[in-house]
Every structure is written in structure tokens, then in C-alpha cells.
Design a protein around this ligand. Structure first.
Ligand SMILES: Nc1ncnc2c1ncn2[C@@H]1O[C@H](COP(=O)(O)OP(=O)(O)O)[C@@H](O)[C@H]1O
Ligand SMILES: [Mg+2]
Length: 376
């Protein structure tokens, strides 16, 4: 009997996949950092990579590993008010969770200008010493150190717009690391955005962080990540169909879920997924990838970046920088500058001497099909 025809795949951002493909080493690195104790460099870790490559999922994994070890986790996103949320919500909630009675929870003296979301709420008259982020983190980590665990703070989608708040948090983390407190800081962001932050002299703690650039996953791992959930949900997939589906992903993690989902849905009641269903599912997933991945990725770029990509889309395989420059009607040093920017943004990759290729699967097709609406 078929267990039910609901797809086991999870084609939405930030949602953990049924099988995490090809990330064993990255996952082990954070576990080791937690086990190795305060001097471990992995206690500040940074994940970078293109949209849909699995950064948020890696943060979830890091958090899960911390919780398994009895650590307290505060999970944040880099939007304005980050420090305020930590001081007024994240840290007090962590203290409540621990039933930690003498925790200083009165917010005062968070030294940030109001336009950065700084607060100065005095819930009690100032007959107590003012409490800031550092004091709160210190008292929490003193307590946790006594229990042999620690505090993990994760921040997703870091970008230069919250530079000052990341800096304030970074100073506290840096002090903790120097004082050998049990603290781990794990952040994630798009490569070009993170690069902006890393160029910033004040964010030394980020530059020293253990950096993992997440990329595509081996097709053998992709095949496992497709087959195992299908079988666990009570159906089978032929080898040929599995090959078609796995190759369709180009190793790109989001497509593992999107293709898995749409391949499943072609004939959800058929006990076996064959190659015809696989082809149809890949095509259905591809049609949805534009709105879900290509469009937002292109939106993050400048018009010139987009023109560069449109010039590449004229080729059927890797493009020559010289040809791109000619098509854009610019000099080759100008084109080289944009080449570097787009490599930094994970949109393209070097493909041999003087050649570049698209990094996101089906971006070429998307650009060709949507050139007019993109204004290219
Ligand atoms: N290693 C992986 N194996 C299988 N699926 C993955 C993997 N990493 C991410 N995914 C899936 O890809 C999608 C995007 O992951 P997400 O972490 O939101 O990407 P990002 O934060 O980099 O944009 C989710 O549906 C997730 O389940
Ligand atoms: Mg994400």
C-alpha cells in the first residue's frame, strides 16, 4: 500500500530538507567547534553562498547540534533592532528557559543611537547598575559555563545595512572569546553582501570567523537525497528516473527539493516513479524556479551586472570575456571588473582561461525567455 500521496520534499526557503545532502563536513565542523572548547576557531563561523544553496538550513543544523549538547540557542536575523531584540527578548527568554533566577533583565544603557533601534527602557528606577548586552551575555555564560554548556547566537542574512549592530554584537563576542567564555556565533549571508562587511575594518571578528562557502552538492549525494525520502514515503524510483531528476538539479540544493516535489506530484498514486514522470517533474520545477530563484537573484544586481549576464546568455556554453565585452560595447578591463563582481555574487564561475559560466542552473534559459520583461 502507498503510504499516502503527500510529497516528502520541502521546497521552501529556510525549511530543513528530509535528507541534508553533501554537508557532512560542514556540519561536523560546527560540532567539533562546540566539543573542542573555547579556543576553537569554529566558535565564530560564517556561511556564505547563493540564494537557495542552504545557508539557513546550515544555521538550523548548527543550532540543532548546539541544543543536542545542552547549549542555549538564540536565533536571530540581521534586521534593524537586532541588539534590542537580543537584550529585551532573546537573552531574557534564554534565562527564563534555564530558570535562572538572578538574571539581570532590566534594559538600560544599550548604547546605540535611537535610529539603530537603541532603547533605554528603565523598567525599574536606576538604583541597580545599568545592564547592557555584555553584562547580560556575561551573566548568562557564567551560569552556563558552570553547567558545562554554552550560548550559541545565530544571525541569518547579515548585510551592511546592520553594520553598527553587528559591530556592537561583535565586540561582545570578541570579549567572550578572549575571556574563554562558552559562546558560539554563527552567521550566514550572500557572498557579495558579506564581502562588503568583511572589508569593514571594525568587523574583525567576522573576518576571523571560520568561513564556509556553500556551493553545489555532488550528484551522488543528490541522488540519495532524492531516493531516500521517496522510499521512506512508500514509493520507488527507477535508476533512470533518478538519474534524470538528479541531473536536473545541477547539484543546486533548492532544486533537490523543488524537483523532488514536482517529480513526486506528476503521478502521486503510481507506486513507481519512471523516467517519463521524472522528465515532466523536472520541467515543472524549472518553470517555477524563475520566480523563486532567478528573479530575486537578478533583482539584487545592478543593471550592468544584468547586461553582462544577458550577454553571456547568447552563448550555448561558457562565454569568452572578450565576446561579452564586445556585446556590451565596453572595454575588456571594464568587463573584467564586472566578471569579478559576479563571481563574488556567486552568479557566475570561472570556466578556464578567459571563460566564464553561469553558476545557477537554468539561468541562461531564464534570461533568454525573459529578456524583454527584464529590460535587457
Ligand atoms: N544540503 C541540502 N540537501 C537537500 N536540500 C537542501 C540542502 N540545503 C538546502 N536544501 C533545501 O533548499 C532550500 C533552500 O535552503 P535555504 O537554507 O533556505 O537556502 P538559503 O538560506 O541559502 O537561501 C530549502 O528547501 C532546503 O530544504
Ligand atoms: Mg536563507
Amino acid at each position: 500500500m502507498i503510504a499516502g500521496n503527500v510529497s516528502p520534499f520541502r521546497p521552501s526557503f529556510g525549511t530543513n530538507p528530509p535528507v541534508l545532502a553533501g554537508r557532512d563536513q560542514v556540519a561536523a565542523a560546527i560540532g567539533d567547534a562546540l566539543d573542542d572548547g573555547p579556543g576553537s576557531p569554529g566558535r565564530a563561523t560564517l556561511y556564505t553562498g547563493a540564494r537557495g544553496v542552504g545557508k539557513t538550513v546550515m544555521l538550523n543544523e548548527a543550532e540543532a547540534q548546539a541544543r543536542q549538547r545542552g547549549w542555549v540557542v538564540i536565533s536571530e536575523t540581521a534586521t534593524r533592532g537586532l541588539i534590542t531584540r537580543l537584550v529585551s527578548e532573546g537573552l531574557p527568554q534564554a534565562a527564563d528557559l534555564l530558570e535562572f533566577p538572578d538574571f539581570e533583565r532590566h534594559i538600560s544603557g544599550v548604547h546605540l543611537p535611537m535610529n539603530l533601534g537603541g532603547v533605554d527602557i528603565d523598567m525599574v528606577p536606576l538604583n541597580r547598575p545599568p545592564t547592557g548586552l555584555r553584562t547580560m551575555v556575561n551573566s548568562l555564560t557564567d551560569h552556563l559555563a558552570g553547567q558545562g554548556t554554552g550560548l550559541m547566537i545565530t544571525v541569518d542574512e547579515i548585510h551592511a545595512g546592520v553594520r553598527e549592530e553587528l559591530q556592537a554584537l561583535g565586540i561582545v563576542i570578541q570579549h567572550c572569546i578572549r575571556e574563554e567564555r562558552p559562546v558560539a556565533f554563527v552567521a550566514a549571508g550572500l557572498p557579495a553582501t558579506v564581502q562588503d562587511l568583511l572589508n569593514d575594518q571594525v568587523l574583525t571578528f567576522l573576518r576571523r570567523a571560520d568561513r564556509h562557502h556553500l556551493g553545489v552538492v555532488d550528484l551522488a549525494d543528490v541522488a540519495d537525497a532524492l531516493r531516500m525520502p521517496i522510499e521512506a514515503a512508500g514509493r520507488t524510483i527507477t535508476d533512470r528516473a533518478l538519474q534524470v531528476a538528479a541531473e536536473g538539479t545541477g547539484g543546486y540544493p533548492f532544486l533537490i527539493q523543488l524537483i523532488g516535489h514536482w517529480v513526486w506530484r506528476v503521478k502521486p498514486d503510481a507506486p513507481t516513479i519512471d523516467v517519463v514522470q521524472a522528465r515532466e517533474g523536472v520541467a515543472a520545477a524549472r518553470r517555477r524556479m524563475g520566480a523563486l530563484v532567478h528573479e530575486p537573484a537578478l533583482f539584487d544586481l545592478s543593471p550592468t551586472d544584468r547586461q553582462f549576464l544577458a550577454a553571456m546568455a547568447e552563448d550555448n556554453g561558457p562565454s569568452r570575456i572578450g565576446d561579452i565585452a564586445t556585446r556590451m560595447n565596453v572595454g575588456s578591463s571594464y568587463a573584467s571588473q564586472y566578471r569579478l563582481r559576479l563571481i563574488g555574487a556567486d552568479m557566475i564561475q570561472p570556466a578556464g582561461r578567459g571563460l566564464v559560466a553561469f553558476a545557477l542552473p537554468y539561468l541562461r534559459e531564464y534570461l533568454r525567455e525573459n529578456a524583454t520583461s527584464l529590460g535587457l
